[in-house]
Design a protein around this ligand. Structure first.
Ligand code: HEM
Length: 156
């Protein structure tokens, strides 16, 4: 069960952050203030409602699966998870809530764009770390090769 929930939660959480990131950049570049407010609202509800349980389930099952496992890949994943969690709780979560409130009040001022910039940076950091955890997870289960092997091809 854990081996089923863990990668599923991980992929759902990563897709959520990728979707929030892309839709934010696109709507803020080409959308109206109303469109921005709509996207910021959707990120909070249902966005966070999907992301938070997905990331919690991924972390919980990850630590349970990784318990007692040594190894470079597992250690690296364990070290990344607290950074992903702290970034989420301390930056992404409050930023999403404040940006939604400010956007729906029409407050597109300096403070909005500063927090928006910070949110995009934290989102990119988490996307990178989560991508690395997916890659290392796939290596641990043998679905991805660790290092490219030498290919000995016979030329005719
Ligand atoms: C956002 C965080 C994480 C993501 C996105 C993620 C993603 C994945 C993925 C995609 C797999 C491959 C599963 C498969 O091929 O069936 C995997 C496996 C695994 N992950 Fe994670 N993971 C995360 C965090 C963690 C953490 C914190 C640990 C703790 C060490 C961990 C431990 C493991 C272990 C032990 C496996 C192998 C499970 C098995 O043998 O079936 N993961 N992970």
């Amino acid at each position: 069960m854990k081996t089923f929930i863990h990668p599923l939660g991980g992929v759902i959480a990563t897709l959520c952050i990728a979707t929030f990131f892309t839709s934010t950049v696109v709507v803020e570049l080409i959308g109206s203030h109303d469109a921005i407010a709509t996207v910021k609202g959707l990120i909070v509800m249902p966005g966070l409602f999907i992301l938070i349980p997905a990331i919690a389930a991924t972390g919980g099952t990850g630590f349970a699966l990784g318990k007692g496992r040594k190894g470079r890949l597992s250690e690296a994943k364990k070290k990344r998870m607290p950074i992903i969690g702290a970034n989420g709780v301390l930056v992404l979560l409050p930023a999403a809530i404040f940006l939604d409130q400010w956007a729906s009040a029409g407050a597109f001022d300096t403070k909005f764009y500063l927090v928006q910039g910070l949110e995009l940076i934290a989102g990119a950091v988490n996307l990178t770390l989560m991508g690395m955890n997916i890659r290392d997870g796939l290596k641990m289960t043998g679905r991805m090769r660790s290092k490219p092997k030498h290919l000995h091809t016979n030329r005719a």
